[in-house]
Design a protein around this ligand. Structure first.
Ligand code: PCA
Length: 203
């Protein structure tokens, strides 16, 4: 059975959980005729993309979907663009804190997600979860992973649909700092709808 690679991140920024991995780890093993290969990535500008590239080389997935936490957002937000910029507000989990630096000085300014973003947003809404396309994945590790993935695929001539989806905090993360959140069940529903849409577009 062909695979879809789906990644989440470890916690960062003083949090003890990351909703992206909490949601990824409870997904079923298969969706829409594809086996889900789940990978938990470090919040590291250098290691996250290396681990993703290794998995892609070893497993040749049919599609790549990366998930990350975007604290403060009110909806599940598929990203449209990865930009060639690192600008860290807080150090990554390796203590690396780039300021206004390119990811690859020789790379293009940006790449567009090659996932069907509009269809994914519509499917998430139909499943009852607030969703919206996003025009910026930020300038931290998530944007670097999105840009790095699309750059890696372009440089290797791999036509694998790939992209990124940001998810809000979980309720237990905002008890002492009231902010928007969605439940784990909502995240699971949204990601399932996204993966069904991606699987349908592949076949
Ligand atoms: N969110 C961060 C990095 C890891 C994560 O889950 C980001 O949005 O860059």
């Amino acid at each position: 059975m062909q695979q879809i690679l789906i990644t989440g991140f470890e916690p960062f920024g003083g949090e003890t959980i990351n909703p992206s991995w909490e949601a990824v780890r409870i997904l079923p093993d298969t969706i829409g005729g594809y086996a889900l290969r789940k990978l938990r990535l470090p919040v590291s500008f250098t290691s996250a993309i290396r681990e993703l590239e290794k998995s892609v080389r070893e497993n040749s997935p049919a599609s790549i979907v990366c998930i990350g936490q975007a604290g403060g957002r009110t909806a599940v937000t598929p990203e449209r663009i990865g930009i060639n910029l690192m600008d860290a507000r807080i150090p990554d989990n390796d203590g690396f804190s780039p300021v206004e630096a390119p990811i690859d000085p020789n790379g293009p300014d940006a790449y567009f997600s090659t996932l069907p973003v509009t269809a994914i947003v519509q499917a998430m809404r139909k499943a009852g979860v607030p969703a919206q396309a996003s025009l910026s994945a930020g300038t931290y590790v998530c944007n670097s992973l999105l840009y790095g993935t699309l750059h890696f695929l372009a440089q290797n001539g791999l036509k694998i649909p790939a992209g990124f989806i940001h998810v809000p905090f979980l309720p237990q993360q905002v008890l002492a700092k009231p902010q928007p959140s969605l439940t784990l069940e909502q995240l699971q529903t949204a990601l399932t709808a996204a993966l069904e849409t991606i699987a349908a577009a592949l076949s």
